[in-house]
Design a protein around this ligand. Sequence first.
Ligand code: SF4
Length: 494
Amino acid sequence: MTPSISPISKTAFLKYDQCSKAFFFYKKHPYLRDKISKEKQFTFNRGHNVGHLAQQLFPGGVDVSEKVKNSKSAFELTQQLIKENIHTIYEATFIFNGVLVMVDILHFDGTTWIAYEVKSSLKISEAYIKDASLQYYVLKNSLENFSDLFLVTLNGNYVFENELDLKQLFKKRSIKIGAEENLDFFSNTIEQMNLVLERNAIPDIPIGKQCFSPYDCDFLGTCWKNTQTEKSIFKIGKSDRDQLFALYFSGADTVDKIDLTSDLKPNIKIQANCINTGEAFINKIEIKEFCEKIKGNFCFLDMEVWSPAIPKYNGTTPFEQIPFLFSICYKEKNEIVFKNYLKPIESDSRELFLLELLKAIDGFDTILVFDKNLESQVLGKLCNLFPSHKKEIDKVRAKMIDLSEPIQNFNFYHPKFNGNFSLKAVAGIFNEQSGYASLEIASGIVAMHKYEGLLTEESEIISQQTKQQLMEYCNLDTLTCQRFFEYLQEKIKE
Ligand code: SF4
């Protein structure tokens, strides 16, 4: 029989598990949800693609989601397919105790039904286990001959060679033992969830650490609206969230209410002072020392990497970082010059990327990079891949200086950072955030996905536009570095 009430989805359950207010908003006031960012959307799409590929572990199944539009019909179709002895069902839909789950893959092995939940990830998190255990609870109570549920993730040790070996690409782990132990937890929680809906009042939950764990909540825009003041305490970054919430709930919702003589970390005091006064903090002695490290000809370097969940090139593993774009920026006769290279996606050609990079930075004595971890890792990997270039790569690494060092060490802080320490935040000093905002590609994650899109893009015009946008984005990163360095130099002269 088809359940008649509007069921609670797995997403709704996970929201409740994070915060009952988020669950209530999700069910009763969904219009309050924050707009989905491009980055989040790309992550969803990637998950969908990986899930789709994993279906081929059990080929020839029927995809319920392709045949029906709503959850009621999906439930009915699943029941019908089971009756018809269809042995593999994708997005099989079940409802028990008012909870609806859609199982990525459901397979009958001749004796029992086994479910598979696919995650586009290398690791299994607590949140994944809870999500899968809820599905287990529903299946256990609504599917005859159900025996087990496996979490399927990507195998970080799989090395692609010529064609995908799906059995090696994915790995699976049963969650049966833990799920069996937690069946009561789900019954009790569902009861409490129904009570929240019946009460029909917004749960009185203040903002707190739960807003970001295990995921950033979808209702931050609503709940955090009142904290978005000019001097909000939450504009302090790199700090212990417990301490910030303790201050906030003790009445110090803005930095001017913090007792700066109290026992607070120096970096919190620096940030609070800057937000209070609207003035930047600069440790001139340290910044001068930093600037003096930059010798001779110098340039600014930025790289972009692509981490495909499904490896595309021989010898690579899932999520391996493939460098695909670099920009260098420097001044020549007082003019800004850019050099960049975008690796074609169709072929690996990382050696060509390396050669282009070595050529572009040849002749520079110092190479400034904002947060050099990524670039160092990429060069390390290229060195392993192409040991004949080791000497040149080592020289480049020795010339690299991290431009984020003064910020990381709190020798420089600007109130416009708003607790964010990225290059995009630095751009805010020059009102350049609007520069990023006006770009089609304004973050590394979007750049990565746009690049990946070139693999399937059929229109030559759109491909060319995307390539242009990628280079503009990377150039703006190096230009921001250049401006920041000049800004620091000016500041120590003042
Ligand atoms: S923003 Fe925080 S308090 Fe508000 S619904 Fe989300 S988790 Fe709950």
